[in-house]
Write a protein of this length. Sequence first.
Length: 369
Amino acid sequence: MKFCAPCLLGIEGICADELKRLGIENVQAENGRVLFEGDFHTLAKANLCSRYAERIQILLGEFPAYSFEDLFEGVSRIAWEEWIGEKDAFPVKGHSVGSKLASLPDCQKIIKKAAAKRLGAKYHTSWLEESGSLHQIQFLIMKDKCSIMLDTSGAGLHKRGYRRNSTIAPIKETLACAMADASHIRHYSTVIDPFCGSGTILIESALKALNIAPGLCRSFSAEKWGVVPAGAWREERQSAQDNIKLDCDFMAYGYDIDENAVALTLENARKAGVEKRIIVQKRNIKDFREDFEKAAVICNPPYGERLLDMEQAREIYKIMGEKFVRKDGWSYSIITPDDNFEKYFGRKSDKRRKLYNGMIKCQLHMYFR
């Protein structure tokens, strides 16, 4: 089977490298997604273990679509009966970018009609009740090329299951983990987040360091499909469980000026199963100090578009520049949408990486020299 893993812009390479490390074949990074191939075990493994993919989709077909007739014919050629049962639900949603077929409602109707016509003919019925398990059809029409996918994940893979509650404007789990990857977090690392909020950066760093699969505590849509062997899920879950590394030195420390954030971080860490690796205290950035020989500071400080006005945010950047001093064994990774961050922080970053926090274009500023 061919698969598609949509991901945040800027982390396609990280996502592709991870899938390769998982032993997955024919991995190819594209703009905003990663393509790969495999079987039902691959489907289960990618859902359970991918830290950076937003979801795992089966890529059922790709074809040019310059008209609604092209779209209808292309969708009709897909063997929907191999995946969708007579009673299964199959809603349609998707996107169109730079294409002649720009109306999403019309595209949805055409795709739904084509899939329903083929299924009705195969099951010898004129009415499909759609009362069974969910088979979400997704489409992407990019420059008149249509990709038709079947979503296997259900809720987005960034929803690990530990963060049912969060502070205002939390960072996405997949982005937090990408920041940990860029900071080279390992099983022996010490991580500090002086603006920990609901603890996402700390928890994702811990899950990565301990090699705890991010999907172990949640379920997936394709688990309810009759076509996917239950044994594939069972075996891949057991394999992920066996690969956890508890014998390591990783620790994370979080600080926040909000007592509720401190309590929330501890609660989320407990849900994620990493509470023994995370220590949280109420502390202002003004009181930041160095207590470790080596550490990686990773943070998402409050900024104008998010929680503070721009003037307040830049005052915080100045304080960070004073507190985050150059020191052997220490690194600092700071994500912000402010193009003038380096000016207020007080020095140029050693490396920058463009990332997206939701729809907000940001820069990850890294200091390690």
